[in-house]
Design a protein. Sequence first.
Length: 140
Amino acid sequence: MRGACVLQILLLGAHAAPALLVLTVWQVDPTAWRLELERVAPRLRILLSADNKDWRSHLEEVQQHSKAISTAWPDSRVVLEKLSSELDASLDKLTSRERFLNEQFERLMAQYRAARVQLTVVQGTYNSRTEAISERNSEL
């Protein structure tokens, strides 16, 4: 009626050590299996009556939250609109202040750029003259 067959398989992985896998394969008579299934089937069944109430309680909870949101929305909307207008005003102030600062420092930035160009020219002249002095010192 029942019998077992043991299979041993050697697993070789590319990055892992070889492993031995032992499988036990049962050979069962199909008729005996059906009889055993009929005998234990009542114990395997799940009652879903509790689940029916579960989705209803979730639905009721969602409806309660929807009502709470609906009642809180008008007051929240007023507060959010006020906050939005305050944020817009602050953003406008920041934008105008940034524009003012950019205009004020534009002249200074132009002077700085000119000084950097002049520094590059002077450094080039210095490097060329230093090389010339080094060559003359080596000749002496």
